[in-house]
Design a binder for this molecule. Structure first.
Ligand code: ADP
Ligand code: MG
Length: 767
């Protein structure tokens, strides 16, 4: 073999640099000098990435349209279009009648056969085989296949086996890349062929052999007009272009991480020879994807740390210290204390804080946030807290006023329903600096809101705001930002989603919190006992929540898509349930309704009635998930609990157990549900978040919506947690040495980053 190896030119050598390099060329392996002709004949290949941008020759009609819809208009896009998974191709012997399957076979004979029925085109029948057997494959309506698939052609067939050893083909593709079980790669034909009479139900031994040799076939997400097999055929037709794929990862990284090069990884995914190869290829691409996102985060953080535009709040605490010492009716938890210290350290510098405060409902985030805000106020600066809904904003406003107690501090509320006069008043006081604390909704980021100097901005339930909204708040004066979330995010996911934020966690719930007993209630007898229990709480003067998945019995907007079994008709609706309970199990008690379809005014009235104890039971949808704080409520009954996600149920449950009384949460649902069992067994939100991740299969990460995490194309979390940690470590090392990615070995990484993330790669606010 005459592949060449270029050694580093030795500066001491005489002659032109070309001559010097040529004289350094050595045969691969032996190191012998190469002659001129040998050098010319050496199979040197230079990738030409520009060829990947060449348009794909799209067929007319449905297939072409489908490919366009998938965005597969260039060779590069096609090669980057990765299969979702691989399906194991069956061997002929392993086919069961009536089963849909894919087989990799070779054509032995092929012929058209006319069909007696008028108007039908001839059938094409082929005898196809692999090492385990042969069978008759039938193609409908495509007489031209006789020419296209002559004997010897390797085929991938998808279709259905029938009882008589036949196979009705629904999709097919020719693939010189295909490995046929038992066939030599040269393709002379199967080594041994079972007779048709032995198939499809061969001996157990040949079935075992068949299973051992079964190969994986890439499976692409289907699209209108395009089958997975058609995509595979196209990829195979363009497989030579994989040579034009460039390698962005520095060589040292690939060596240390034992990663295949990019082109091989793509090939491994498309032409899945074995599950193991495919997985190695996938890991390689996932590593790159994770590394790129970490580089975005880490560069953003590095850049933020360089920028000194924030107000340094470094004077020793006065108001805030007094408030902590005398104003609070309770002791801070250890976690709250730690978070406050971390925030203090951030605020003391002119580099704008970007900190994520994670803590489940009731863990006392507001106290920590208020501390940060008071630090601004005692420096004569301003602070704002933005919440995603009016209800939440109102509650924060009330909590803050309560927490401030005797401190005489002006604090205003600004939402969409703030009357014009009051709004105008607040606006002018914000501009003059007279008003130092403000709580509100999106109303806070409207263009006419001007702060004299906003030093601290808190965003509650930050994932419910868009990037632009958070950036708008940040734009009102480069404040230190504290992002809060009640969704506990396991470390891995936090890295993946918020890799550029510093984090503080409140794990510990404030002391005096009662544990919540959670039980699954299944069946009518258990249900009636559950109502007994609920009434016991009410008789003792406590209050209750009844949560339903629907607002009313219209089949509109269920929280989750209806399960295969049991449609919306089986789901309970809040309004109907209220009527039912009022006349039935909860007769004599005062029930109020709360759901998202009500007018703000009605909602306020319902909540006020429940908060004041005027109402005993709040029958509601998940609108109560966030924001309601009624310490006297000690029991919650959740209908169709299996319809809710783990984190959602955990959030809901956080509405009770907030006072001194024991609380119970009754989940109506199937006893076997792993999610409901997890809730019954665990109260730690972080543990539940981990279980939630483990229980999820591929596809949409339930709760990505809630946690605001981005979806990856190739990487799968939490399965790729280790990969993520390694990508993070490499990212940190690279950014520490070369944040601009200007070193030659990082240039191609920089290119990809620019292409994939564009200008957003350096935006100061997390995407
Ligand atoms: P979060 O915003 O994290 O859901 P909050 O800050 O609203 O939690 O606190 C929930 C409740 O617990 C509030 O009534 C608050 O006054 C109270 N609380 C907060 N911290 C403590 C503490 N360390 N000890 C006792 N109660 C606390
Ligand atoms: Mg809160």
């Amino acid at each position: 073999m005459t592949a060449t190896k270029i050694e580093r030119p030795d500066a001491a050598r005489p002659g032109s640099s070309a001559e010097r390099i040529a004289s350094q060329m050595r045969a691969f392996g032996t190191g012998q000098a190469l002659s001129g002709p040998e050098m010319i004949a050496a199979p040197l290949r230079w990738p030409r990435p520009s060829r990947l941008r060449e348009p794909l020759d799209l067929p007319a009609g449905k297939l072409g349209d489908g490919l366009r819809t998938l965005g597969l208009t260039t060779v590069g896009a096609l090669l980057e279009h990765l299969p979702r998974d691989s399906r194991e191709a069956r061997t002929v012997a392993a086919l069961k009648s009536g089963e849909q399957a894919t087989v990799a076979v070779q054509v032995r004979a092929i012929a058209a056969r006319s069909v007696r029925r008028r108007g039908m085109r001839p059938l094409v029948e082929a005898t196809v085989e692999d090492a385990t057997g042969s069978m008759r494959a039938t193609f409908f309506n495509q007489p031209w296949l006789v020419q296209r698939y002559p004997p010897g052609t390797r085929l991938l067939l998808h279709g259905k086996a029938d009882a008589r050893g036949g196979f009705r083909v629904s999709h097919h593709a020719a693939g010189p890349e295909l490995t046929i079980a038992g066939a030599s790669p040269g393709g002379e034909g199967p080594a041994s062929v079972a007779t048709p009479s032995e198939s499809p139900l061969g001996a157990a031994a040949s079935q075992a052999a068949a299973r051992a040799q079964a190969q994986a076939v890439a499976h692409y997400p289907a699209a209108e007009g395009v089958t997975s097999t058609q995509i595979l055929t196209l990829v195979q037709g363009n497989s030579e272009r994989l040579a034009d794929v460039t390698e962005p990862l520095p060589a040292i990284m690939r060596v240390e991480e034992h990663l295949p090069d990019r082109a091989s990884a793509l090939a491994a995914m498309h032409f899945a020879r074995s599950a193991r190869d495919t997985e190695r290829g996938r890991e390689r691409l996932a590593f790159e994807e994770l590394l790129l996102t970490q580089l975005v985060f880490l560069r953003r953080r590095a850049r933020r740390r360089e920028h000194e535009g924030a107000c340094s709040l470094a004077q020793s605490p006065a108001l805030s210290a007094r408030w902590l010492a005398d104003g609070l009716p309770f002791e801070l938890t250890g976690d709250q204390r730690r978070a406050i210290e971390e925030i203090d350290a951030d605020l003391g510098t002119p580099r704008a804080m970007q900190r994520l405060l994670m803590g489940e409902v009731g863990s006392g985030k507001t106290v920590v946030a208020l501390y940060a805000m008071l630090r601004a106020v005692e420096h004569g600066e301003q602070a704002a807290l933005m919440a995603p809904t009016e209800t939440l904003a109102e509650q924060h406003f009330a909590t803050i006023q309560r927490l401030l107690g005797s401190e005489q501090l002006a604090c205003a509320l600004l939402t969409g329903s703030t009357p014009a006069r009051r709004r105008a008043d607040s606006l002018s006081k914000l501009a003059s600096g007279e008003l130092s604390l403000i709580v509100g909704t999106h109303a806070l980021i409207e263009p006419d809101i001007v702060f004299r100097r906003l030093a601290v901005a808190v965003v509650d339930e930050q994932h419910r705001f868009g990037v632009r909204q958070r950036a708008a708040l940040h734009g009102k004066g480069t404040p230190h930002m504290l992002h809060m979330t009640a969704t506990p995010i396991p470390r891995t996911l936090a890295l993946a989603g918020y890799g550029d934020l510093d984090t503080s966690i409140l794990r510990e719930l404030p002391r005096g919190r009662q544990p919540i007993e959670t039980r699954i209630v299944a069946g009518e007898r258990a249900r009636s006992r559950a109502y007994d229990e609920l009434r016991r709480h009410l008789q003792a003067g406590r209050q209750a929540y009844v949560v339903c998945p629907l607002i009313d019995e219209e089949p509109a907007a269920p929280e989750q898509p209806p399960a295969a079994k049991g449609g919306i008709g089986d789901l309970r609706a809040a309004s109907a349930e209220l009527e039912r309970l009022r006349k039935g199990e909860l007769q004599g008690y005062r029930l109020v309704l709360l759901h998202g379809g009500m007018r703000p005014r009605e909602k306020q009235e319902a909540m006020a009635a429940f908060a004041s104890g005027e109402a005993d039971v709040l029958v509601a949808t998940t609108v109560i998930e966030v924001g309601i704080d009624v310490a006297n409520a000690t029991v919650m009954l959740v209908e169709n609990a299996e319809r809710f996600g783990i984190s959602q149920l955990h959030q809901l449950r956080g509405r009770i157990g907030r006072g001194e009384h024991r609380a119970s949460c009754l989940l109506m649902g199937p006893p076997g549900s792993p999610r409901l069992r997890a809730l019954a067994e665990h109260s730690d939100g972080f543990r539940l978040a981990e279980i939630d991740l483990e229980l999820r299969s591929e596809g949409e990460l339930v709760g990505t919506r809630q946690s605001g995490l981005r979806q990856f194309n190739v990487a799968e979390l939490p399965a790729d947690a280790q990969l993520l940690e390694r990508a993070r470590a490499w990212g940190e090392a690279i950014v520490a040495r070369d944040a601009q990615l200007s070193m030659p070995e990082h240039a191609l990484l920089g290119d990809v980053l620019q292409r994939e993330f564009g200008a957003a790669a350096l935006e100061p606010i997390p995407a």
